[in-house]
Design a protein around this ligand. Structure first.
Ligand code: ADP
Ligand code: MG
Length: 695
């Protein structure tokens, strides 16, 4: 048996390999670039490229690719081989620093939301040395950022790196104010928990809806769903165990810290969580994880569904973004400290996050907006579309005490200064586990739970980092100019709590009463992508994002358009797929079934004069259903035609939200009813029982 420690990261050009393969001076300057973003010299790039190529060839690679994350939400790659002709007709293997650092893929077919005219199709990719290169399927993958020729971000990595830099800068200002002169950088870390479904591939092949849209557009509920809660954490079936073992191995080879795996709430649903790491690496790793999950599934004749809502009636799949801020010295800034002074610093970062989440609720909500995720948010299985923060009782009472000018132990103090005797020591792990909160403090990190399973985690972290950086900036501006640091700090924390405590909610987020209460508190409730996405263009959001250099104005507008277009196209494809399946598979099946019954009736009554009461009523019901289904399919076809006539993206998205989705629902409900009345031999596709309990 191969040992995990032997093959873990064996396909990654990581620090260990760099140290071994690069000269000391090259290693040092590359390290400087990675840790402190100092520009990379071309001679260094050449040396790194040569070492990378030799290492990759040793491992059997023949090609390299600049790997990037365009706005499609999945990754993109174009492979070039290392070969270069030699004068004697043979080839040599070459890879230069220039090829490592910059690539120019023809990018005209990636969505740019109008940022890049087609006549200027050129975009370029730029190496991100902070995320390690790796080998997959015989190709050396180089993580890169993707920009237009004029430097506008066309991807999800550039703004992420910008947001991390912004947070770094502002957090350092705060730490200096607390007397930390040693710290050099502050980074956010993320551990994304990933949910997914597995279905048998032979069954999957018979479902055009799964093939075309990733989710079932029809399907009556089986007699058993998830009501017994017997799947959650249950023992894993052998076929799934084999899949998970294979998956772990592939991920480990790529240096991905796959750690936890278990069965989830819905039947056929599972989860994988890695150990957390620096945010931009976590993003790259999550993209790779999703891709490899799907690839490995095929080897087991399974299909891995990453859609947020593959099945109606059982839970959909999400992703939890566990997020923290820490220094290069290893200090977690969201970890309550041991002394009151440390706690003052912790509380300042804590209230910064509270204020950021309150002021930029809409940005967090829209960072997870997709047609698929709209099925989950607010459907009593995922956090609602309303953002709130769970802090737990102890932390909440501490904040209350500060706001009311009390000491936490209850005694009233006349004049309080932070960092002296106000803050009690509080335990790290007193946070209860509230699974219904969209944004929960879990001891030393925040867990944002609104993400959909197929979302790139990039957008959420861009908005979160940027929002927190913005507030830290405001805090630093104030504190740097304070006459008395302690008093100003205390006032700042106190007023921040007062102004933003409306966002704190420790109760059950799935409760309808909470939604009413949230409305009273003035919290936003953006139920769909069509509601949420346009908010990115609100002045306060544009101001915040542009002033920090995360996005330009046109980048923001383009992102809004791209996401809304994606929403409209996704639903439109679903509608067309429904019509296709209805006309080509479902109606013919019901007609055949009812015709066979009718034939049976005439045969039986001519032979025996039987009344055939049940059969006759069934034929009647089925005929009426056939008419109804046909009518509803025509109506849906009409909405598809109408949608084509709407040229502006915002009205189009509203039409999808208000009309198309409800027509789809009506058609589905009739078809699902027909399914329950049709003999299973006639039903043209595998049913929910088979899909959910088939493995
Ligand atoms: P649960 O299901 O209880 O939320 P899991 O163990 O499934 O817990 O997932 C927790 C995730 O949080 C893991 O990915 C873990 O690595 C990550 N995590 C733990 N500590 C931190 C931290 N300080 N910063 C970011 N992520 C963290
Ligand atoms: Mg979790």
């Amino acid at each position: 048996m191969e040992k995990v420690t032997d093959y873990f990261g064996s396909m990654v050009f990581d620090d260990r390999v760099m140290k071994a393969k690069l000269s000391e001076s090259v290693y040092k300057s590359l390290k400087n670039t990675i840790d402190r973003s100092t520009p990379l010299d071309i001679s260094v790039a050449n040396a790194v490229a040569a070492a990378m190529k030799d290492w990759a060839i040793e491992k059997g690679a023949t090609h390299y690719t600049h790997w990037f994350q365009p706005m499609t939400g999945v990754t993109a790659e174009k492979h070039d081989s290392f070969i270069s002709p030699a004068p004697d007709g043979r080839v040599i293997m070459e890879f230069s620093g220039k090829e490592l650092v910059k690539g120019e893929p023809d990018a005209s077919s990636f969505p740019s939301g109008g940022l890049r005219a087609t006549f200027e199709a050129r975009g370029y990719t730029a190496w991100d040395p902070t995320s390690y290169a790796f080998i997959k399927d015989g190709t050396l993958y180089i993580p890169t950022a993707f920009c237009s020729y004029t430097g506008e971000a066309l991807d999800k990595k550039v703004p992420l790196l910008r947001s991390m830099e912004s947070l770094n800068k502002q957090a350092l200002r705060i730490l200096r104010l607390f007397g930390n002169t040693e710290v050099q950088s502050v980074r956010t870390s993320v551990g994304p928990e990933q949910e997914y479904f597995l279905v048998d591939r032979d069954l999957w092949k018979q479902r055009k809806d799964l093939i075309m849209t990733g989710r079932t557009l029809f399907g009556a509920m089986p007699p058993k769903g998830q009501e017994m809660d017997d799947h959650y954490f249950s023992s894993i079936k052998p076929r799934v165990t084999a899949y998970m073992a294979d998956l772990d191995k592939e991920l480990w080879k790529l240096g991905i810290l796959a750690k936890t795996k278990h069965n989830e709430v819905a039947p056929a649903q599972h989860e994988l969580a890695p150990i957390y790491t620096t945010t931009n690496i976590a993003v790259d790793h999550n993209q790779l994880t999703m891709e490899i999950m799907q690839k490995v599934a095929l080897r087991h004749n399974l299909v891995c569904l990453l859609h947020e809502k593959p099945f109606e009636g059982v839970n959909g799949s999400g992703k939890h973004n566990n997020w923290s801020i820490s220094t290069n010295q290893g200090e977690n800034l969201l970890s309550p400290g041991k002394t009151p002074a440390e706690n003052a610093q912790f509380l300042l970062f804590l209230v910064a996050v509270i204020k950021a989440v309150d002021e930029y609720q809409d940005l967090l909500r829209l960072s997870v907006a997709t047609a698929g995720n709209d099925h989950r948010l607010g459907a009593h299985e995922a956090p609602p579309a309303v953002i709130s923060i769970f802090l737990g009782d102890e932390l909440t009472s501490i904040l209350n005490a500060i706001e009311e000018g009390r000491a936490y132990d209850g005694t009233i103090k006349e004049k309080m200064h932070l960092g002296v005797d106000v803050f009690p020591k509080f335990n790290k792990d007193t946070t209860d586990r509230n699974r219904t909160s969209p944004f929960a403090f879990t001891g030393n990190k925040f867990e944002f739970r609104m993400l959909g399973s197929s979302n790139s985690i990039s957008c959420t972290n861009i908005h979160l980092n940027a929002a927190v950086a913005e507030i830290l900036k405001q805090f630093a501006d104030k504190l740097e100019n304070a006459a008395d640091f302690d008093i100003t700090l205390h006032e700042l924390i106190k007023t921040t709590i007062k102004t933003h405590k409306r966002i704190i909610f420790n109760g059950n987020g799935y409760d309808d009463n909470w939604i009413a209460e949230a409305e009273k508190r003035g919290l936003s409730n953006l139920k769909t992508t069509a509601d949420a996405m346009p908010k990115i263009c609100d002045e306060k959001n544009v101001d915040m994002l542009t002033s920090q250099g995360i996005f330009t104005k046109s980048e923001i507008r383009s992102r809004c358009d791209i996401i809304l277009e994606n929403y409209v196209k996704t639903v439109n494809i679903e509608a067309m797929t429904m019509i296709n399946i209805t006309r080509k598979e479902i109606l013919p099946a019901i007609m055949k079934f009812s015709a066979d019954i009718a034939n049976g009736i005439s045969l039986k009554s001519s032979v025996s004069g039987a009344a055939c009461k049940y059969e006759k009523s069934l034929v009647l019901i089925l005929s009426e259903l056939i008419d109804k289904i046909d009518r509803e399919a025509i109506e849906l076809e009409n909405t598809i035609k109408k949608l084509k006539e709407i040229s502006e993206i915002i009205p189009a998205s509203e039409f999808v939200r208000d009309t198309m989705l409800s027509k789809m629902k009506e058609l589905r409900s009739s078809v699902d009813r027909a399914e329950t009345m049709t003999s299973k031999e006639y039903w043209p596709m595998p049913t929910y029982d088979q899909l959910l309990f088939g493995i």
